[in-house]
Ligand binder design. Structure first.
Ligand SMILES: NC(=O)c1ccc[n+]([C@@H]2O[C@H](COP(=O)([O-])OP(=O)(O)OC[C@H]3O[C@@H](n4cnc5c(N)ncnc54)[C@H](O)[C@@H]3O)[C@@H](O)[C@H]2O)c1
Length: 317
């Protein structure tokens, strides 16, 4: 992992009790940041954060303009992760609009008013829809299939506009299928890997949507967090958009094969109907911009990442 030093600076992490946010909170604190988490605990939980980590918690919403203004004023950096996820967003596009777009606008308005060292905004590879070219470059045209991808892209566009118009130092990062410890299979909104592990471990057939040959770029959470914090601390990242992924395309069936082997089980996947919210056939991100501009590259391969994730899930039982 990259050698990072926050030197006692104050970092506000919105959504810091969630899956990625809790991993980021722990890492930033261990790298010398004074971390404050703002979270409404909608999907997050304080149990996600190691009790040995020193941080400050504020329960509240990014839609609360006054609260966000106060917290941003008191921070040196902001990692803005708070968001309604794709399933909630599909069911309730208004909540998605208010939190994902409105909350991002609140962070940016506060940064414009009070000044800030740097902000990183976590967007999503879902903004690409079905891409024309694989691996997907950052300048691929967006194709927003879901309310969630509309709101994540709108957040990015606001970031860019605030950088250009008011000079707010902000970077957008586009995550691709992040997985790892703290992704909760009991939460109906979580990623596919946590669900597969739970099913296979219980000797149940993992359910694959469609033929299972759809591909994704699976990113281990430690890598996603590392790249996000590198972007947060690098002046070279200001005003830019970066893909965060591995550059490796993996079919869902391959994932199930590896997990079945790691768990020592013998289950056959069940094929069910395609889901209507994520009809993307192939997805793999180009990470050349990260490599060349920020000198960053992922450290954890799929096999190792899955092994650590399986160990974590087994330890939770
Ligand atoms: N996990 C992935 O694969 C992935 C992929 C692409 C993008 N992202 C983005 O990364 C970020 C983190 O995602 P995650 O997977 O950790 O999801 P998560 O649901 O575990 O975390 C989101 C956190 O935000 C909090 N939150 C939601 N609404 C809030 C509000 N109004 N005010 C304050 N807090 C609020 C939740 O309680 C939760 O703790 C999100 O912005 C998401 O869009 C994640």
């Amino acid at each position: 992992m990259t050698d990072l030093d926050f030197g006692g600076k104050k970092v506000l992490v919105t959504g810091g009790a969630g899956f990625v946010g809790s991993n980021l909170t722990e890492r930033a604190a261990r790298c010398g940041a004074r971390v404050r988490v703002l979270d409404d605990l909608f999907t997050g939980s304080l149990e996600n954060i190691d009790p040995g980590v020193d941080y400050d918690f504020v329960e509240g919403s990014v839609t609360d303009e006054k609260l966000v203004s106060k917290l941003v004023k008191e921070a040196d950096y902001v990692a803005h992760l708070a968001a309604r996820n794709i399933i909630v967003s599909t069911k309730n596009p208004r909540s998605d609009y208010e939190v994902n777009i409105g909350g991002t606008l609140n962070v940016l308005m506060a940064a414009r008013e009070h000044g800030i060292g740097q902000i990183v905004y976590t967007s999503s590879a879902s903004i690409y829809g079905n891409p024309r070219i694989i691996p997907i470059l950052e300048d691929e045209r967006p194709h927003t299939f879901s309310p969630y991808s509309v709101s994540k892209l709108a957040g990015e566009n606001y970031c860019h506009a605030f950088y250009e118009t008011y000079g707010v130092p902000v970077t957008s990062v586009r995550y691709s299928n992040v997985y790892g410890p703290k992704q909760d299979p009991k939460n109906p909104y979580c990623g596919v890997i946590a669900k597969f592990i739970e099913a296979i471990d219980a000797d149940l057939a993992p359910q694959l949507h469609g033929d299972g040959r759809q591909t994704r770029d699976f990113t281990y959470v430690e890598d996603a967090v590392d790249a996000t914090l590198v972007a947060l601390l690098s002046p070279k990242a200001e005003g830019m958009v970066f893909n965060i992924g591995t550059g490796i395309e993996t079919a869902i069936t391959e994932l199930v094969t590896i997990l079945t082997r790691l768990l020592g089980k013998n289950v056959t996947p069940e094929h069910i109907d395609r889901r209507d919210i994520d009809n993307i056939r192939r997805r793999v991100l180009s990470i050349e911009l990260l490599r060349t501009r920020l000198r960053w590259q992922p450290q954890i391969g799929l096999e190792e990442g899955l092994k650590r994730t399986v160990q974590w899930h087994l330890g939770q039982k």
